[in-house]
Design a protein around this ligand. Sequence first.
Ligand SMILES: Nc1nc2c(ncn2[C@@H]2O[C@H](COP(=O)(O)OP(=O)(O)O)[C@@H](O)[C@H]2O)c(=O)[nH]1
Ligand SMILES: [Mg+2]
Ligand SMILES: [Zn+2]
Length: 279
Amino acid sequence: MKGLVLKKHADQFVVLSGGKEECFVARKNLKKDGVFVGDYVEIEEGAICKIEKRKNLLVRPPLANIDKLLIVVAPVPKPDLYTVDKLLLFCKLNDITPILCINKSDLNIDFCKEIEKTYKTIVKTIIFSCLDESVLKLKSQIKGLCVLAGQSAVGKSSIVNALLKEDVAKVDTFSKKIERGKQTTRVVQIYSLGKDKFLADTAGFSKLDERLLNLDEREVKSYYPEFLPYAGACKYHSCLHLDGKNCGVFDAVQNGKISKTRYENYKKLVLTLKNFKKY
Ligand SMILES: Nc1nc2c(ncn2[C@@H]2O[C@H](COP(=O)(O)OP(=O)(O)O)[C@@H](O)[C@H]2O)c(=O)[nH]1
Ligand SMILES: [Mg+2]
Ligand SMILES: [Zn+2]
């Protein structure tokens, strides 16, 4: 019997199989590698005996086989677009489809549209609010295992609740903490929204930098599709677009053709990688 691991609880795993959820333990020989939430497993005699080959694996948060990453931002708390760009890069490296989810449109629609303008040519972008039915725009995007990522208090748990229409993920009710938020999602759990539609809440992605540090800084530019049309004007093919001299990308930034924040954050990442390799 085959199934999908939805949740881990001490030594037990909740597995969805044939439309039913049941608890199983893992065979001793599997304990070494570990069974992850998101794993497709084989069950025999009441125990998980085999883990199917994984498409990808995150260790923090512990999740396997992610198809889509819903990167959530909002007018409040103030978006950290550097992290958004790093998450987009992370998706490319791990065969994950990103969607930029701009939540809380009820608070400041112009601000949401500003972010959309920067990103809509780079990644699928959706503006909505969890306070009205616009949140349902997300529903049609859920396919395979979709995972919510983003700063604390952007509304990740609220999205899960809205899509499930029941209070499963605990929303932070300290409205005063809206600016800073509070982490209430500790265990990783997958919710089923129908056939092959799964959603997982997380308390955010930590140690993102560490996961990108192995990347060659010369490769980073190839993950910025908006640079491509202008890179031909650079004097050298190897141009990293870091300063203004003979650089088509730099000129495009000056002329407003490329987002300045995307470019500045690109430079920040390349310099971080360069510095890291010195030590
Ligand atoms: N105004 C407004 N508040 C929202 C919206 N979505 C979530 N919130 C509030 O933002 C706060 C943090 O939400 P929560 O879902 O716990 O964020 P998480 O930390 O990302 O899981 C809570 O007070 C929510 O009620 C929205 O669309 N509009
Ligand atoms: Mg939460
Ligand atoms: Zn250049």
